[in-house]
Design a protein around this ligand. Structure first.
Ligand SMILES: Nc1nc2c(ncn2[C@@H]2O[C@H](COP(=O)(O)OP(=O)(O)O)[C@@H](O)[C@H]2O)c(=O)[nH]1
Ligand SMILES: [Mg+2]
Length: 186
């Protein structure tokens, strides 16, 4: 632990730690998004398909995020639920250009929302309608219609259009998430 860390700890300035689950189908851009949110000197240049999951950390002005970047590949999806209890927020990433698999993304979301460890909690969910730069991408409004997000009534949620390669839209989403987490008194 560095001197600054120690000092800020003593002064009560230490950032509150939060655990976030990053979910969504494989190839939607989860790892790319999380990578972009890390400080530039900690970013990796080549993103490889995630096996199982990886744990990443980044900080915002007032929070220290630990993100569980889950593999979206079908055979790993049953791993997700073991981490649901731990999660204080969810980032759910959608490939807005993949119309064919939008129904699969919706099925996964519905399973998530009905899971006993998620269903009765007011856990905030941030959706990234990602890959907005691609010609086939549908708008974030269309993504929310296709996923029936208006049916989520018992959890705060927000959807942001994003281009993870350029890093566009990510900050807006994380700012929202930070506000939601801070609104919960612990
Ligand atoms: N065009 C475009 N490609 C993206 C975007 N985000 C991620 N990708 C690409 O999509 C592929 C899958 O990304 P990855 O982060 O590994 O997805 P994950 O499986 O959800 O972790 C990679 O080739 C990324 O470069 C985006 O916003 N736009
Ligand atoms: Mg990944």
């Amino acid at each position: 632990m560095g001197l600054l860390d120690k000092l800020s700890g003593l002064l009560g300035l230490k950032k509150k730690e939060v655990h976030v689950l990053c979910l969504g189908l494989d190839n939607s851009g989860k790892t790319t998004i999380i990578n972009k949110l890390k400080p530039s000197n900690a970013q990796t240049q080549d993103i490889v398909p995630t096996i199982g999951f990886s744990i990443e950390k980044f900080k915002t002005s007032s929070l220290a995020f630990t993100v569980f970047d889950m593999s979206g590949q079908g055979r790993y999806r049953n791993l997700w639920e073991h981490y649901y209890k731990e999660g204080q927020a969810i980032i759910f990433v959608i490939d807005s250009s993949d119309r064919l698999r939008m129904v699969v993304a919706k099925e996964e979301l519905d399973i998530l929302l009905n899971h006993p460890d998620i269903k009765h909690r007011r856990i905030p969910i941030l959706f990234f309608a990602n890959k907005m730069d691609l010609r086939d991408a549908v708008t974030s409004v269309k993504v929310s219609q296709l996923l029936s997000l208006e049916n989520i009534k018992d959890k705060p949620w927000h959807i942001c259009a994003s281009d993870a390669i350029k890093g566009e839209g990510l900050q807006e989403g994380v700012d929202w998430l930070q506000d939601q987490i801070q609104a919960v008194k612990t």
